[in-house]
Design a protein around this ligand. Structure first.
Ligand SMILES: Cc1cc2nc3c(=O)[nH]c(=O)nc-3n(C[C@H](O)[C@H](O)[C@H](O)COP(=O)(O)O)c2cc1C
Length: 289
């Protein structure tokens, strides 16, 4: 008998919480998170990640203001900080592994918010004792959700179009990018795809695109960049390439939902020949079901 909520419910329940209650995280929840973080050491590409849950103090709150992350986060009682060893696809692995932490926090009833910033030389990096070969592309604010959203939070959600997601016809395709994948054509795999679609992404840009092979349950994941976003973030804010982090989040949602629903599969990393790709689009990984 299953006693845990299905991952689909957790993914649907999660949203970026920017106003937290003053109640500190309970010892039991802290311990559950700590235990999970210490085991969560890598992603599908094999990069080394490590995470730590810290209790928020004034210095982190000040650091956040200085770093100019685009959200205003009120009263977070904790932060999940993570460091990843630099290397190819390290940012995708970071996104994948951090999102697993976020889904556990949501399962425990905690609110969370991804924060992309320049954390590599901040108080957060000191707390992690981050090495020269490690980066801190983002941190996660956490705590219990306050009973109402602040006006600022409501305005921000509206500004970022946080409740809007791209339609499935613009995200999922059959064989090549010129043929949208219908729900009938995706069958049982509809739910993992839908869980990708509703996932969080930096500035809600949703860079994930997925092409299914027509004859088999093989799903090729591509990143479609938003023009100028990476350069703007790097030059203006010194931020990491957050759309690659978004791709890791998509992989996490897809895999966790598939596994939860008994749909077996594995990640492979060989780019298929599916003809011309749209502008700004590049291959990331394939799920072979
Ligand atoms: C990699 C990443 C970085 C993000 N950085 C920030 C941030 O710095 N500040 C913030 O308020 N929200 C941030 N967000 C949250 C997004 O704005 C949010 O996920 C998106 O608007 C969708 O809304 P939802 O998470 O409520 O579904 C980030 C999300 C991701 C995935």
């Amino acid at each position: 008998m299953k006693t845990q909520l299905p991952v689909t419910e957790i993914i649907q329940k999660r949203y970026s919480c920017r106003t937290y209650a003053a109640t500190p995280i309970s010892k039991a929840h802290h311990a559950s998170l700590d235990a999970f973080l210490s085991e969560n050491r890598t992603g599908p590409f094999g990069a080394g990640v490590r995470f730590k849950l810290i209790t928020a103090s004034t210095s982190e709150q000040t650091d956040l203001k200085d770093l100019g992350t685009y959200g205003v986060i009120k009263n977070p009682t904790g932060f999940i900080i993570g460091a990843v060893k630099d290397g190819p696809n390290s940012l995708e692995d970071f996104g994948y592994a951090m999102e697993k932490n976020i889904l556990l926090a949501a399962r425990l009833g905690l609110g969370t918010c991804w924060l992309g910033g320049t954390f590599t030389k901040s108080t957060f990096a000191d707390k992690m004792n981050a090495g020269d070969d490690e980066s801190i592309p983002a941190v996660t604010a956490t705590g219990y959700i306050a009973s109402g959203k602040s006006l600022l939070e409501k305005t921000m959600r509206w500004g970022a179009g946080a409740d809007n997601r791209k339609s499935r016809q613009t995200l999922f395709f059959k064989n090549a990018f010129d043929h949208p994948l219908s729900p009938e054509e995706s069958g049982d795999w509809n739910t993992p795809l839908e869980m990708v679609r509703i996932g969080p992404s930096a500035s809600n840009r949703q860079p994930w695109r997925i092409v299914k092979q027509s004859d088999r349950p093989v799903f090729h994941f591509y990143m479609q960049r938003s023009k100028g976003y990476k350069t703007r973030n790097r030059i203006l804010f010194g931020m990491a390439d957050l759309q690659r982090v978004d791709m890791g989040i998509a992989m996490c949602h897809f895999e966790m939902t598939a596994v939860d629903r008994g749909l077996d599969g594995q990640w492979h990393f060989e780019e298929p020949d599916i003809g011309n790709l749209p502008e700004q689009t590049s291959y990331v990984a394939s799920w072979e079901g």
